[in-house]
Design a protein around this ligand. Sequence first.
Ligand code: RP5
Ligand code: MG
Ligand code: MG
Length: 282
Amino acid sequence: LPLHVKARKETYPNSDVKRFPVPDDKVQWSVDWPEYKPVEFTNPKVLAGPVWADPEIRGPNAPKMKFNRVDGKINRRSHMKPDYEIPDGVPRNPCGRTGMTGRGELGKWGPNHAADPLVTRWKRDAQGKEVVNPVTKKKVLQFIAICRKDSGAWAIPGGMVDAGETVSVTLRREFGEEAMNSLDATPKERKKIEKAVGELFKHGIEVYRGYVDDPRNTDNSWMETIAVNFHDGTGNSVGKFALYAGDDAGAVQWTDIGSDLTLFASHESFIEKVAIRLDAHW
Ligand code: RP5
Ligand code: MG
Ligand code: MG
């Protein structure tokens, strides 16, 4: 397992809270470290108990949760094997220490499931000819990236799987919301958007499923995702879509793919898998 890095960044997102510093050689739980004193933090908006958040599970009267199982409409299973550990009834991050206990900004104890739609096309010049990188001699791919309002980082337009939702619905819904602004569309426009996205999203190839090195992760709550590539080989379907940023996206644009990309969380690594799959420039 690669070491998480963003999940150890000192200042926790949207707060002044500082994590307990965790050096590389102390990330793994198997390394004994009695001096480890993680800071406890759960954002007040999570503690307020919105529908997407779990209740407190520590202390007396704590409700029982079906960890490592499907718990009613909530999938508490991890994509990672083996099952995550639950010392003293609290899930433990499978990728190791983060310097923080509690849930931070995340609603669920254990895995918080997301889906990431990776929509790609070949880059073309003004004549419509595919562009080749002069160094690698490989065709250049572009993907639809959004700029996240929370951090200003560029990212895949992904989002959380809602309770009871299937991943294929999450992929379409989040892409519609963040890259086509379906939430602000009239019912008629929304129908059109859903139809176009549905058409494009018929043929997807899964490129990744598992842990995300997300800056919001803690010792007890972490992001996991399924990233699916929807490639428009001819440039005639999505290639022609009008993009409008919406919901938690401040901007949206087709972005050239290459190893110099800096993206939110571990999104570069998902993009790299697509570049390899399509034998594109990286
Ligand atoms: C990342 O957070 C996932 O890869 C996904 O892109 C995103 C989901 O969270 P929100 O966009 O809903 O904040 O870990
Ligand atoms: Mg969203
Ligand atoms: Mg999102």
